[in-house]
Design a protein around this ligand. Structure first.
Ligand code: THF
Length: 274
């Protein structure tokens, strides 16, 4: 994961000191891109231990079209709790827009799979989570926005596109806002996994995951953690094995994913900016 370490070094050395919505303070750059060849291993950072369970359940939750944290908490995943209302609702966030865009019954995931299977040269294989009609009113609380039918938070990983060449499926994500220490390792693993799942159900080999950033930032209370992480040596990437029997994207369950040869350095704690 040299790509990730290069990003961290780049932002620590060249980032603009910038205030932010959460009041934490950041170093930030605008515009950056990383590429991961998924045939070279599963891109999961090795210089700190990542909690794969949270990543897998979050992705399955998006794919279900679910926007209530109950499913996550039932499975021991707490990463969305800070933004949910007292019933666990987040409003029309990722899963809702992916599976039922703008509540118009447009299933972007089904449609993109259909195009991938029937017209893989298409340049229109996009999925957008960014829906201006449900963006929150920033003068209101998360739960007030949810009560008004708005999303608690605007999507950070805003839209993605697929591409097929030489029988290999690639995916490029545009992430408008990226928390480099906590979120980005999750986001890379999540979209890499999603690309592998899509390749399997559409009958392609895996190509690349391309991660394109808008505002990529390091929160000021994560500098020490990242210095520690940079001091650690990179280790070989693990491999992800999917149950080959699964041919429908919505049939994957937690037990269909097996991570092998993941030998990371110990976990590094950091506080999430809310
Ligand atoms: N807000 C901020 N400030 N950062 C984010 O990364 C982020 N997200 C989602 C929405 N808002 C965000 C939520 N995703 C963790 C990881 C991902 C999150 C939120 C929190 C986190 O705390 N990770 C810890 C614990 C992991 C665990 O419990 O499984 C870690 O050490 O990795 C980015 O999309």
């Amino acid at each position: 994961m040299k790509q990730y370490h290069d990003l961290v070094k780049h932002v620590l050395e060249n980032g603009n000191e910038k205030g932010d919505r959460t009041g934490t303070g950041t170093k930030s750059v605008f515009g950056h891109q990383m590429r991961f060849d998924l045939s070279e291993g599963f891109p999961m950072v090795t210089t700190k231990k990542l909690h794969l369970k949270s990543i897998v359940y979050e992705l399955l939750w998006f794919l279900k079209g679910d926007t209530n944290t109950n499913y996550l908490t039932e499975n021991g995943v707490r990463i969305w709790n800070e933004w949910a209302d007292e019933n666990g609702d987040l409003g029309p966030v990722y899963g809702h827009q992916w599976r039922n865009w703008n509540s118009d019954e447009i299933d972007q995931i089904k449609e993109v799979i259909n195009t991938l299977k029937t017209n893989p040269n298409s340049r229109r294989m996009l999925v957008s989570a960014w829906n201006p009609s449900v963006l929150p009113d920033t003068s209101k609380s998360f739960s007030e926005n949810v009560a008004n039918g708005k999303a608690a938070l605007p999507p950070c990983h805003a839209f993605f596109q697929f591409y097929v060449a030489d029988g290999k499926l690639s995916c490029q994500l545009y992430q408008r806002s990226a928390d480099i220490f906590l979120g980005v390792p999750f986001n890379i693993a999540s979209y890499a996994l999603f690309t592998m799942m899509m390749a399997q159900v559409c009958g392609y080999q895996v190509g690349e995951f391309i991660h394109t950033f808008g505002d990529a930032h390091i929160y000021s209370n994560h500098y020490e953690q990242l210095e520690l992480q940079l001091s650690r040596d990179l280790r070989p990437l693990p491999k992800m094995i999917l149950n080959p029997e699964i041919k429908d994207i919505f049939d994957f369950t937690f037990d269909d994913f097996t991570l092998v040869d993941y030998n990371p350095h110990p976990h590094i704690k950091g506080v999430v900016a809310v």
